[in-house]
Design a protein around this ligand. Structure first.
Ligand code: 13P
Ligand code: SF4
Length: 357
């Protein structure tokens, strides 16, 4: 990084002192992570934001849905700043609230909405979290999807019953959790395509489904393939394949370990020196983990897969601009959720925070 910029960042950070708290997601650039007070996966960052009532400003170095969640979980007096408003998430954008309302109307017309609990992945808009709260559901993240899904099924008669979960918007996390963690058959999951009438499904398919998966995915994790897993196993003897649950079902099935970004870091921290790892997640994180573990042999699962382009929008110039503006008394790029949505989204987020484990 430009030394002058680093110096300005240090000065602005020092001037803000305890008035500001800087959160950094594990996919952020190193130049940004250097200024994070806490780093974490999306679940840890949500908890950290909620646990900082003394901070006037929460500088969220991550993506839009994470900053919205921080605004919902903090008090009205606290202000959440996203250093670049263009830091969205292509997966979260795959579910618009009007599409979710329409999908729910399909389930109501079929008479199955009363038997269905919505579960929304953290990677969704505040409006969709609010929808979920209004309909008695919960938010989940990649680190608690299993408990969240079990809890949701318990609301409608248990995993072995006939009730359903509407899982939004990541079909892969939903399928991987339902099949690999809860033991539901693959056929129990159907994919609802919001662009098609009836989600592209027959009434019977919707009635028989146990998990209705939204047709959404992550463009970064969607690129890892089973071939990548076979290739790395052929090239690196005894390699441990460790992937994020946003990867496709067949990739997760072929891998040895699956978990959130925080889990990936903990696995490497606990690994035997000299062991080999192939990691299937965003590149900033994999590079950092490789650098922090020179005693291990860390590979990228697919050398052609790149960064999450929206996470990378937050760079040092944007962070410096946001911090210097705050020092000068101007709050830029504040994220404010509509109060009614914030109320109901908080119900769904609090439900997640109350889940066991
Ligand atoms: P984590 O909850 O594992 O940090 O994942 C967030 C995310 O956006 C992964 O693509
Ligand atoms: Fe969204 Fe994928 Fe980027 Fe995560 S890695 S923020 S899911 S686009």
């Amino acid at each position: 990084s430009d030394p002058d910029l680093v110096e300005r960042a240090r000065a602005a950070r020092a001037a803000l002192g305890d008035r500001a708290f800087v959160l950094g997601h594990h996919y952020q650039r190193d130049e940004v992570i250097d200024f994070a007070d806490v780093t974490g996966d999306s679940f840890k960052l949500a908890r950290e934001a909620a646990a900082r009532p003394e901070a006037e400003f929460i500088l969220f170095c991550g993506v839009h849905f994470m900053a919205e969640s921080a605004d919902i979980l903090t008090s009205d007096a606290q202000q959440v700043v996203l250093p670049d408003l263009a830091a969205g998430c292509s997966m979260a954008d795959m579910a618009a609230i009007h599409q979710v309302d329409e999908a729910w109307a399909v389930l109501e017309d079929l008479g199955i909405a009363g038997d269905t609990i919505p579960v929304t992945y953290m990677n969704s808009s505040a409006a969709i979290k609010a929808f979920t709260g209004r309909h008695g559901g919960t938010v989940c993240t990649s680190s608690n999807a299993e408990v969240a899904l079990r809890w949701a099924f318990d609301q409608v008669g248990g995993v072995d019953g006939t009730g359903k979960v509407l899982f939004m918007p990541d079909q892969h996390l939903g399928r991987n959790t339902a099949v690999l963690k809860l033991g539901l058959p693959l056929e129990a999951c159907v994919v609802f395509d919001p662009r098609k009438p009836n989600g592209g499904l027959t009434d019977a398919e919707l009635r028989d489904a146990r998990v209705i998966l939204w047709r959404g995915h992550c463009s970064v994790h969607g690129r890892f393939s089973v071939q990548n897993v076979h290739d790395i196993r052929a090239a690196v003897p005894d390699v441990n394949v460790l992937v994020h649950p946003e990867c496709k079902h067949e990739v997760v099935t072929a891998a040895d370990y699956v978990g959130s970004t925080e889990y990936i870091i903990k696995m490497l921290d606990a690994a035997e020196p000299g062991s080999s790892w192939a990691i299937g997640t965003e590149l900033n994180l994999v590079r950092r983990v490789a650098r922090e573990h020179p005693d291990q042999n860390v590979h990228y699962l697919d050398s052609t897969v790149c960064f999450c382009s929206t996470m990378n929008r937050i760079d040092l110039p944007h962070l410096v601009w946001a911090m210097e503006s705050l020092v000068a008394g101007r709050v830029v790029n504040r994220i404010v959720v509509d109060p009614d949505d914030a109320h109901w989204a908080r119900v769904a987020l609090d439900q997640m925070l109350a889940l066991p484990g």
